[in-house]
Design a protein around this ligand. Structure first.
Ligand code: ADP
Ligand code: MG
Length: 271
């Protein structure tokens, strides 16, 4: 018998780049908020032991009793990990520093790369009817990031518009290729988004030109400008859309959300 028809068919997107500080968490929070604002039902999974996405969405560290650690390593049902946030339509699976030992603990378990995959296919997630699930990955190609890529339909790569931006990319692409050949044949690249872009900076323009020449269509038209409102928002436990709705950062993340939805619809039609 075929699988029962699910209440929803969320698109699962891993936000990954093994470099730290390139805008993964910022993109996870603000893209999630932008999609939620458009009426999408969004789950953000914090898979970074630093828990910055959780803090940035207002879930304090001492208020994370059940987290992605319990989800992956203690078989906690996902419904017990999912939390509502102050943003309508946006839910969160928070992370704690416990997750920093997960890599070592995962080594000894069977099916260690499939833990998140299996957790997300559990039916207790169905009533939420999520349309998007975003996964904020740690700054490494560790087993946590592998779990995200095995669980996901696609990988979204934030690329900081600075010198050496493209350098780590071949390693990341290699990892994606390996996962495609083993655990997740249909894994796609959702796109590469340039972050902290500064139009007045020649270097930013050079990185953009290089990225578009090397990677082509995979690079989103939308670029995220360097904008102080974007960096201020998390300390108010808000997305930039909530913190300063009229800011350039908010406009950029709204545009990225629209571009993503449009691409998603195009690939659906294309089959
Ligand atoms: P990662 O998750 O890849 O380590 P973060 O999203 O935490 O990166 O971003 C690193 C730093 O850069 C943070 O201090 C963040 O506030 C800042 N930052 C990210 N994007 C922007 C932006 N568009 N404008 C200004 N600051 C940004
Ligand atoms: Mg981060």
């Amino acid at each position: 018998m075929s699988d029962p028809i699910r209440a929803s068919d969320p698109r699962i997107i891993a936000i990954a780049n093994q470099k730290g500080g390139v805008g993964k968490t910022t993109t996870a929070i603000n893209l999630a908020a932008a999609l939620a604002e458009k009426g999408e039902k969004v789950l953000l999974i914090d898979l970074d032991p630093q828990g910055n996405a959780s803090t940035g969405l207002g879930i304090e560290a001492d208020d994370r009793d059940v987290s992605t650690y319990e989800l992956l390593l203690e078989d906690a049902p996902i419904a017990s990990v999912i939390r509502a946030t102050d943003v309508e339509n946006l839910f969160l699976c928070p992370a704690t520093t416990d997750l920093s030992s997960a890599d070592m603990e995962l080594v000894s378990t069977e099916k260690r790369s499939f833990l998140l995959h299996d957790a997300l296919r559990h039916t207790d997630i169905d009533p939420y009817a999520f349309t998007y699930i975003l996964i904020d990955c740690p700054p490494s190609l560790s087993l946590l990031t592998i779990n995200a890529m095995v669980a996901a339909h696609s990988v979204l790569v934030p690329l900081q518009a600075e010198f050496f931006a493209l350098e780590g990319l071949s390693q990341l692409m290699l990892t994606i290729r390996e996962i495609r050949q083993s655990a997740n044949r249909s894994l796609r690249i959702e796109g590469v988004v340039l972050t902290m872009y500064d139009v007045r900076n020649n270097l930013s323009q050079q990185v953009e030109a290089d990225a578009r020449a090397t990677l082509g269509e995979v690079v989103f038209r939308t670029m995220i400008p360097r904008n102080v409102r974007v960096s201020e928002a998390p300390s108010y436990a808000m997305s930039v859309l909530g913190y300063d709705s009229a800011s350039r950062g908010a406009a950029a993340y709204r545009a990225l959300g629209e571009e993503l939805i449009t691409r998603h619809q195009a690939t659906k039609k294309g089959g």
